[in-house]
Design a binder for this molecule. Structure first.
Ligand code: B4P
Length: 185
């Protein structure tokens, strides 16, 4: 199963992704994690991505698609994976569709995690990641509204979108996700 996880910054995509990959036994593809790793390793890609992340902007599509392309070449990805935090704009969504079409493995399901802004800000400030400062958080929320929210419409038109209430404890949220992904368990 190929699943896309979309939600505003701090919605808990990473938190829930860990549980969902265990449930479904599929690999986790988190562009955020891979970009942070590239920054730690001081690779060329990491050096190019760092300023965008620190400013709360999206990293250029070209860099993100390079990561995704390399990742999909891995044979572990043949039967499914969980895309976490990707695609983040309509251009990335179209590029993903093209890649998946070539492999004859279309995206099966898109999960949107919905959480209100006050709770998002509270969660991110508690996390204390370098890009979790008040100014950067405000910018990331703006970027989500302008660039990522249109991706929801893109997938809704294809009948792939399921919206999940992301409020409550991580267990509450995972219960809702499990219900949607494998209702018989
Ligand atoms: P990401 O790494 O994708 O991270 P995120 O959106 O900030 O957080 P996430 O939703 O995963 O929240 P988490 O589970 O950690 O993006 C970071 C940056 O990378 C972007 O701003 C961008 O610059 C760049 N980037 C990534 N992908 C890109 C792409 N495709 N294109 C361009 N740029 C890209 O949860 C947040 C906190 O809340 C945690 O501390 C967690 O413990 C807590 N929490 C989670 N669930 C909770 C719950 N139910 N109750 C209470 N706390 C909870």
């Amino acid at each position: 199963m190929f699943i896309v996880f979309i939600g505003p910054p701090g919605a808990g995509k990473g938190t829930q992704a860990e549980r969902l990959i265990d449930l479904l036994s599929i690999p986790h593809v988190s562009t955020g994690d891979m970009l942070r790793q590239a920054i730690r390793q001081e690779s060329d890609l990491g050096k190019r991505a760092a300023d965008f992340m620190q400013a709360g902007e999206l990293v250029p599509d070209e860099l993100v698609l390079q990561i995704i392309n390399e990742c999909l070449d891995d044979s572990k990805m043949a039967k499914g994976c969980l895309f976490d935090g990707f695609p983040r704009n309509v251009e990335q969504a179209k590029a993903l569709d093209e890649l998946m079409e070539k492999r004859s493995t279309p995206v099966d399901l898109v999960l949107e995690l919905q959480v209100d802004s006050d709770e998002l800000i509270r969660r991110m400030l508690a996390r204390k990641r370098p890009d979790d400062t008040p100014d950067t958080i405000a910018q990331r929320l703006e970027v989500y509204k302008n660039q990522t929210a249109p991706v929801l419409e893109y997938y809704a038109q294809r009948g792939l979108l399921a919206t999940i209430d992301g409020s409550g404890t991580p267990d509450d949220v995972f219960g809702r996700i499990r219900q949607r992904v494998s209702p018989n368990q």
